[in-house]
Design a protein around this ligand. Structure first.
Ligand SMILES: [Zn+2]
Length: 467
């Protein structure tokens, strides 16, 4: 009897051991562009400590076509119109790499291959451009790909449940963007256009654990796998995809973001600088006379700016509101015009979740230890929480009453139209990024408060399944 129990226990242990490392979609390979287009090179140096072999990808695996285990360094280049493998002294040892993958001899045991000094799991393949340069492509299991994405997108020291939420979004993005760069012969690029991917050298035990614990899981909406859009900080309310990019997407609806850490920012532009930006955008208005926030969306963000000048009037809408000013300057569309930038005191980083943030006089969400109100004059003022009164464009609101309405969407507020008739135009805002989907800062905050990765995802993606 005792022996039987031991056998059963041993069987359970063995089953557990074999079950853990198996990826749910093990057969899925992804091709990641490393160098392509303007960064493509004429040749690449490959190194692998225990030798190479050349293979073909078949389904989710590789089948060997040539054993090259005697070499630890090889050069890929083009010769006579073909992509060839050469030894370091220029002898061609494999004369057509088209459709072939160069792999480390023991890739199945997790061996890595290096190209120009960077290490990757899986193998490498190459495609040729019209000008004779070669694109380098890493082909590997999607799970390994997510290993190499997480640190670049969130940072390995983030809480585990936040990393797991990010792993699911990254995997979902990959699964729904296969063939995005088919003109170069790969699926996704390794930069911010797709997702930042740095390969084996950017793997950490924390990020690999987050991938393993969510193996194969992706986001589904209305029965289909969908990409998990994300960004840094919501400023208190995420955005409807329709308000940012146009077109309604059922799972990408703006939500009140109770978990957003405060992220205030300020920037100023002279009217001359704005005239130059308008000219560069082919929207010149002559001498600029007036800038107005002419529309806000249901999240309270700026939906339309109107520039009026001596010669013309132009409008800038939706996502262009943010991108018009230049990368990273106007960090989000959650902004107001002010007559002074946030001071260091206003933008202190000692904010904690659980307190109150006001935007344009509307209570938006509970996010920071410091409390800000932006009045009708556009000026941000910091107030203390207890017994304080927030200044509002229309009235003075006792903060305790205002707090009671936390959690409701601010009304679409045409009443908060703001105008500047002379420079410098001071813009004070909160948050960073396009605002659609999951704010990474909030995912981290939720994880710190004990929420699980699926709770985090379901908070920011409306009506989704995770499977
Ligand atoms: Zn890309």
């Amino acid at each position: 009897m005792k022996k039987t129990i031991t056998t059963i226990m041993l069987t359970i242990v063995l089953l557990t051991l074999t079950a853990v490392p198996v990826f749910a979609n093990e057969s899925e390979l992804i091709k990641v562009g490393l160098k392509y287009g303007s960064t493509a090179k004429n040749s690449y140096t490959l190194t692998c400590g225990d030798g190479f072999y050349v293979g073909e990808s078949t389904g989710g695996d590789f089948a060997e076509t040539e054993d090259l285990t005697e070499y630890d360094t090889l050069v890929v280049t083009s010769a006579d119109g073909a992509i060839v493998l050469q030894t370091t002294d220029g002898t061609t040892i494999f004369d057509d790499l088209t459709g072939q993958v160069v792999l480390p001899e023991s890739y199945e045991e997790g061996a890595t291959i290096s190209v120009d000094g960077n290490s990757y799991r899986g193998g490498l393949c190459f495609t040729e451009n019209k000008d004779g340069t070669l694109n380098s492509i890493n082909i590997l299991d999607i799970e390994y790909y997510v290993y190499g994405v997480l640190n670049g997108e969130m940072g390995h020291l983030s809480p585990l449940e936040a990393l797991k939420a990010q792993a699911v979004t990254a995997r979902s993005f990959a699964l729904t963007n296969l063939n995005r760069h088919s003109q170069y012969g790969f699926d996704v690029c390794c930069g911010t256009h797709c997702q930042v991917y740095k390969g084996y050298s950017d793997e950490y035990k924390e990020t690999c654990k987050a991938v393993d614990e969510t193996a194969g899981l992706a986001i589904y909406s209305d029965g289909k796998a969908v990409p998990g859009y994300y960004f840094k900080n919501s400023g208190g309310h995420t955005q409807d995809a329709a308000d940012v990019w146009g077109g309604k997407v059922s799972y990408l609806q703006g939500v009140v973001d109770e978990y957003s850490p405060s992220y205030p920012w300020s920037v100023s532009f002279t009217f001359k600088e704005l005239e130059e930006k308008l000219t560069a955008a082919k929207k010149s208005v002559g001498t600029l006379q007036k800038v107005a926030i002419s529309e806000r969306n249901s999240a309270g963000a700026v939906a339309e700016l109107t520039f009026t000048g001596s010669a013309d009037t132009v409008k800038i809408t939706k996502e262009s509101v943010r991108t018009f000013f230049g990368a990273g300057l106007v960090k989000s569309t959650m902004f107001s015009f002010g007559d002074a930038e946030f001071s260091d005191d206003d933008t202190g980083s000692d904010a904690d979740a659980g307190d109150i943030f006001l935007y344009n006089g509307s209570v938006k969400t509970v996010i920071s230890k410091k409390v800000y109100a932006i009045g009708s004059d556009g000026k941000a003022v910091q107030i203390t929480r207890s017994g304080a009164y927030a200044r509002n464009a229309a009235s003075t609101v006792k903060l305790s009453e205002a707090a009671a309405s936390t959690g409701t969407k601010p009304a679409s507020s045409s009443s908060t139209v703001e105008t500047a008739t002379e420079g410098p135009l001071v813009i004070n805002g909160f948050g960073y990024g396009h605002g659609v989907g999951m704010p990474q800062d909030s995912a981290i905050q939720m994880a710190k408060q004990g929420f699980t990765f699926d709770e985090i995802l379901k908070y920011y993606y409306t009506g989704i399944d995770i499977r």
